[in-house]
Design a protein. Structure first.
Length: 272
């Protein structure tokens, strides 16, 4: 009863035909932000609602009705890279079935096999203690079990850039299309349903905190890692001799991924 005003706000935003179709299929969707540990552990119901409302208010600002419908009901190809007789694909779609860990997902596939998932939500900056009006919040970074060989293949083939870094580059392109200038990420203890088993905690710490710190993220008092977009880069003068050419190639590749995502969102003729 206390949350009825928030539910009314959600229903107003979800009154678009594309959203209504989703609500009819999955009625709980309209109230999912009321669940415990939605997106990140420790958020209040008001913060969770603010994230949900902001995200679905913003999506149609760039996505056409047709494309919005596409990503809500399917995983849509946004980029394909053919190299060494292999196909590496990035797809965008509604997070499923782990929909409490982020509203949208960028999925990385190798030869049609899903190997890595990055889930995110467009949220107000104040929720993560950012000075920016809004940021893209990464709340899930996870490889698929049994796909380690495919992840290694992709990393080796794509200039030693691992799938999560490719997906972050694509996310930067999406943020650019929306005019978003900041990124945030959860720390390991904020992961929904996170259990502090010693071995598991170490893996999650590596996947979240270390990775986000390597991207240039600074951990805020809120527990979230914050970084600007474009992501900071070490000056070339500080790169060791013998590594500069490789560094330039890696940076150019990631910029190309981001640029293709931007064009895919902004220029319909670029869509695969």
């Amino acid at each position: 009863m206390c949350n009825i005003p928030l539910q009314v706000k959600a229903l107003r935003i979800l009154s678009r035909p594309e959203y209504l179709r989703l609500v009819r299929i999955t009625p709980r969707f309209a109230a999912k932000f009321l669940a415990s540990d939605y997106i990140a552990r420790g958020l209040t119901i008001e913060q969770q609602a603010a994230c949900f409302l902001h995200h679905y208010r913003r999506l149609p600002d760039v996505l056409s009705p047709e494309l919005l419908c596409g990503v809500l009901f399917d995983d849509v190809i946004v980029d394909e890279i053919d190299a060494d007789e292999h196909c590496f694909t990035v797809k965008l779609g509604l997070s499923r079935p782990w929909d409490n860990e982020g509203e949208m997902s960028l999925n990385f596939e190798v030869d049609g096999q899903l190997v890595f998932i990055l889930s995110f939500t467009i949220v107000p900056g104040w929720v993560v203690q950012s000075e920016l009006d809004e940021v893209v919040l990464i709340s899930r970074l996870q490889g698929v079990k049994g796909r380690f060989a495919e992840i290694q293949l992709a990393t080796r083939t794509l200039h030693d850039i691992a799938p999560p870094a490719v997906l972050v580059a694509a996310l930067c392109g999406l943020a650019d299309a929306y005019g978003i200038r900041g990124m945030a990420g959860i720390s390991a203890p904020m992961k929904p349903e996170f259990y502090f088993d010693e071995v598991e905690a170490g893996h999650i710490q590596q996947a979240y905190d270390k990775f986000l710190a390597e991207l240039g993220g600074i951990r805020a008092p809120s527990g979230f890692y914050l970084a600007p977009i474009p992501l900071p880069e070490k000056p070339m003068s500080l790169i060791k001799k013998g590594h500069k050419t490789r560094t330039r190639e890696k940076r150019a590749f990631k910029r190309d991924v981001a640029a293709r995502m931007f064009r895919w969102l902004r220029e319909p003729t670029q869509r695969i």
